[in-house]
Design a protein around this ligand. Sequence first.
Ligand SMILES: C[S@@+](CC[C@H](N)C(=O)[O-])C[C@H]1O[C@@H](n2cnc3c(N)ncnc32)[C@H](O)[C@@H]1O
Length: 296
Amino acid sequence: MAEGEADCRSDDCGFVRLRLTLLCLPQRSSIDSVERTVYAEIRSWGEDSLFRQRLRLALESHLIWETYALSYDQVLPRLDFYQEVVERHSRAFRDAARGSILDLGAGTGNVTIRLLEQGHRVTALDISRAMLDRLLSKVDRQPDGVVSIVRHDAADLVQWTSASFDGVTILLALFDMANPAAALGEAMRVLRPGGMLVVTEPKRTFDLSSLLRYAERCLREQGAYDALQEHWARVSKVNRKIDPSARRERIFIEDIRERLELSGFSITREEDSHHGNCATVWAVRNSARGATVGGR
Ligand SMILES: C[S@@+](CC[C@H](N)C(=O)[O-])C[C@H]1O[C@@H](n2cnc3c(N)ncnc32)[C@H](O)[C@@H]1O
């Protein structure tokens, strides 16, 4: 065991002093290797309000996705507008040569699964352990190297070099991120020239109440409402908490489209989704040779 102190400074949290304890334990599987674990204890921080505010936001977001994970797959796949966008995002890569696709903000993996069925290798990245646990339970029989499930903040993809993916899909994930602009920048960076980015996000006119009313009607018409009442209550409550039009760091599909065009992407198609509340943009990263992956 070793101990020490370290001072850190970040724009997000300001100054923080940590006490670090390194534990080295032999691994049960092999006498030659040890497992190292570093425990970090916060001893003090500088700008109190900044640190506490960040911590509160991080915990709130964590709890929201813990809660949503309990009901996400019980409700969302029953809704026609969700089925439609999942189909859209997977179809974007259906005719492409088998390649490596990044599913950013993959959630419970409904797009990931479809891409795997098409023979692609998929990196499913999400910040929520609870959502990824659901995904993990769906992909347990995949051969090695086909799917990689990564719990990480999409705003920082430093572990991937530029141009390392043949395609990127983002289905309603940027709107909930603390730093959506950084995440979009990273998504563009890790896509190879000629590769396809498909992104669906809310429009500026997004209206949560009308979408929730529509979704509830859908469940009632299917005769599923009574059985799903508890799940539906959870889904609508969480959605009110993450309402894109009430977010502090807002990014709408109109902003995303503009940023893509200014960053050397060609928009090949765009189409509304979620009954006009959101839209999908298909964008190809321009390359000297003009090769593309993915059609429509
Ligand atoms: C509405 S869900 C969409 C999930 C999936 N794309 C789908 O369509 O079913 C949004 C996802 O974004 C994830 N997310 C939020 N902030 C994130 C971040 N900073 N980095 C990575 N994922 C994030 C959430 O954990 C959640 O799983």
